[in-house]
Design a protein around this ligand. Structure first.
Ligand code: MSP
Length: 526
């Protein structure tokens, strides 16, 4: 049941030059959690991900592997990028490839429109290019090489030599948009977030924008420039357009109107493309700019951005094979403030798995269900009179649900999880203090015992709903064990923004045994 609020969220589209590592998976999981949240809250949600397949980087990788770029892209999409979505349990609505016909034809349409309106001209260009970034580098990101690259200019991100390119190119009059972009950042402080990212972008644009080279003629792996087929469209110009071509730009206007504008989740390394070039392109085409561009931080290894090219990449399956996809999803979003950098460590992952997921949440669920089985033959008891401690739990649940929704709307995913976890912590304390096992010893306490266990069960019901976007597998099991699937229907159909309302679990439902939600992990033998 859609609420009528359109919510369209995107991930960057990933280069198919290599297989994914956990840095890529991090972007995917963050966007997926936010999408699942909105979807379950009844918003008219659409989530998009996909692959970026053109450009020199892919062409060179394919050539080095003795194949064509299309064959290479097909292989990587089938063997690496689509399986990634399974590995980390992504529920995307669409997957776009920049080699899709629907994309290529709409890129040409967009470009032709800008050309016809005078935003594109041809000129000579000579500048230093980084194939890793697929970008002519600004001065601020050009540094002197060291070691084998001593005496050469290298890219500050990739530490690889830059290439001096001299070509006849087509240019986009991006410099025309400097003032309009600054006004946009001013009028809509939420447009670029977090604040540090916004400041960086404003500072960059204040220096004035240059026109942007948007075509290449020294190779032909890309979308052909419609009025000059000796050029292909610059890979970033092509790639950014995926966000509108995927929802029907130029092909299905009613779908486009329904979905656009989007919330873009991107790594901070590609913020400038999304917060400067992309809105300028849209303004030139007379289209609405995105709703928001959110730049998240990097996963660091040894203090540096994790990357395959620097051989620091960890494959997502290395984690999910042991800990499962739920723990993967939870860990990165809980341990790292979304928007800041964070270091990954196996120790921290294991510690949080054990303390928070297994002992904190998993044990709570198993214990409560086991007690209902033992003391009430598995039938959800009716609550009698609530005391202050029970009402305090209800208040915690209600507040946590409201705070979490607010945090998700602000893309503070870590804060949302921290709020939800107050329910786990408070319920654990409540069980310890209420001592249901002691109450059970005297039949005179039956009503009180029922109230305590009902309060705990309905708290678990709220936890299942609130955590289902993050821990879809564990919460599904819990939902079944609570008997809620039979009485309330599927978990994904539970309205998320009403999760904090108490007394939703029908008394008289039957619980069933719950296997450990987060089984003990035996330490790997060294
Ligand atoms: N193809 C471009 C994006 C085009 S979007 C129109 C691209 N692809 S990428 O495969 O290199 O990166 C995709 C995303 O993964 C980016 O958001 C990037 O920041 C993210 N990450 C890559 N390494 C990362 C970390 N070590 N940590 C966190 N995110 C990282 O850029």
């Amino acid at each position: 049941m859609a609420s009528g609020n359109s919510f369209y969220i995107t991930t960057p589209i990933f280069y198919v030059n290599d297989a994914p590592h956990i840095g890529h998976a991090y972007t995917e999981v963050a966007a997926d959690v936010v999408a699942r949240w909105h979807r379950q809250a009844g918003d008219d949600t659409w989530s998009l991900t996909g692959t970026d397949e053109h450009g020199e980087k892919i062409l060179r990788t394919a050539t080095a592997n003795g194949t064509t770029p299309k064959k290479w892209a097909d292989k990587l999409v089938t063997e690496a990028w689509k399986p990634l979505l399974e590995t980390i349990n992504i529920a995307n609505d669409d997957f776009i490839r920049t080699t899709d016909e629907r994309h290529e034809s709409s890129v040409q349409l967009f470009l032709q429109r800008l050309y016809d309106d005078g935003y594109i001209y041809s000129g000579e260009y000579e500048a230093l290019y980084c194939v890793g970034c697929e970008e002519f580098k600004p001065q601020s990101e050009i540094v002197n090489g060291t070691g084998p690259f001593e005496g050469q200019k290298v890219c500050a991100i990739h530490s690889k030599p830059l290439e001096l390119l001299k070509e006849k190119n087509y240019f986009f009059r991006m410099s025309d948009f400097t003032e309009r972009l600054l006004a946009l950042y001013e009028e809509r402080p939420d447009f670029v977030q977090p604040e540090s990212a916004r400041n960086e972008v404003i500072q960059f644009v204040r220096q004035g924008l240059s026109d942007l080279s948007i075509s290449r003629s020294s190779f032909d792996w890309g979308v052909k420039v419609p009025w000059d087929d000796s050029h292909v469209v610059y890979v970033w110009f092509d790639a950014l357009l995926n966000y509108i071509t995927a929802v029907g730009y130029g092909q299905d206007e009613s779908n486009f109107d329904r979905r656009w504008p989007a919330t873009h989740i991107v790594g901070k390394d590609i913020l400038r493309f999304h917060a400067v070039i992309w809105p300028a392109m849209l303004m030139a085409a007379g289209l609405e700019v995105p709703k928001q561009v959110f730049g998240h931080g990097w996963l660091l290894v040894g203090g540096e951005k994790m990357s395959k090219s620097k051989l620091t990449g960890i494959a997502p399956t290395e984690i999910t094979d042991t800990f499962g996809s739920d723990a993967f999803r939870y860990y990165f979003l809980r341990a790292i403030a979304f928007g800041q950098d964070g270091s990954f460590s196996w120790e921290d992952l294991s510690a949080r798995y054990q303390a928070e997921l297994a002992n904190g949440f998993g044990n709570l669920a198993s214990r409560v269900i086991a007690m209902v089985t033992k003391y009430f033959d598995g039938v959800v008891p009716a609550p009698a009179e609530y005391t202050d401690v029970d009402l305090a739990i209800q208040a915690v649940v209600q507040k946590a649900a409201e705070d979490a929704d607010r945090s998700i709307n602000a893309l503070a995913i870590h804060d949302a999880l921290a709020s939800i976890w107050t329910i786990v912590d408070e319920l654990n304390g409540y069980i310890t203090d209420s001592e249901p096992w002691a109450l059970a010893k005297d039949p005179a306490n039956a009503a009180r015992l029922g109230t305590v266990l009902y309060t705990a069960l309905d708290g678990l019901r709220a936890l299942a709903v609130l955590l289902s976007p993050v821990l879809p597998q564990a919460t599904d099991k819990l939902w079944e064990a609570l008997g809620a699937a039979a009485t309330l229907g599927a978990l994904v159909d539970q309205p998320l923004r009403e999760a904090g309302r108490f007394e939703q679990l029908p008394e008289g439902s039957t619980v069933s045994a719950l296997q450990a939600l987060f089984p003990r992990i035996e330490p790997a033998v060294a």
